[in-house]
Design a protein around this ligand. Sequence first.
Ligand code: FE2
Length: 95
Amino acid sequence: MSSENLHAPRERLSKETLTMHHAIVSVIEELEAVDWYRQRADDCEDESLKEILLHNMREEIEHACMGLEWLRRNNEHFAKYMDEFLYKKGDIDEH
Ligand SMILES: [Fe+2]
């Protein structure tokens, strides 16, 4: 599998770094898809197509969340900060 997003020679990257790279790039792509579907839905004048685009947007949110959960389960730093910031009440910057 190749990636155009590597910033160091592939042979110098650990297997763990490459696996994390795959997960991170996948989350980025899912979030981009969320944004693209939402923009297309806003711009769409056909109501039935708009609903399909919004449905697809929600599925991309699901995919992004699955990737984030994988990152939480497989990287202690993601887990630490998700535990610190997600599902908390109050100001985000006061944690
Ligand atoms: Fe997706």
